[in-house]
Design a protein around this ligand. Sequence first.
Ligand SMILES: [Zn+2]
Ligand SMILES: [Zn+2]
Length: 173
Amino acid sequence: MLVNLSDVLTSADKTENYKAELEMQTYHCRLGDFPIVRKKPVSLKATNIGSGKAELDVQTQVVLMMSCDRCLKDVEYTFDISFSIEVLAPSIETEEPNEDNFMEGYQLNVESLISRELLMNWPMKVLCKTDCKGICKVCGKDLNTGECECDAFVPDPRMAVIKDIFNANNKEV
Ligand SMILES: [Zn+2]
Ligand SMILES: [Zn+2]
């Protein structure tokens, strides 16, 4: 959805509040495609802070369907988004090239702005529960539902020592 900010960008001391609906149903990014389970309307407060400049206060909540890093079960992950950002009218010359792609002239592309913010808030780890035991790498059993037979084989550290001595003796021969 596009929100026209030309009034706020061009009128001194002007403040406007907007509610914008996110149109995307799935969040596409370099990490994959994640269905959006729930989303709140994006609330935007835009305040003029100088000629061609506005500050945006942005708030929303987006819930994505992700999968547990350990057991791959579906996990609903909630992004509580709240941030402020400065936006510029296209007429303003900036020293640094502006790499943000969410302004299209005087219009704010809400989809692009929120997409960028989701990526910036991406969790390091997604777990179905903090103590998720994951799945067995050998048989694929979900270890949250119980132990599997594969765990029975744990190399005995004492055996490793004997093996080292054996190898050392062999070298002397
Ligand atoms: Zn899990
Ligand atoms: Zn197993």
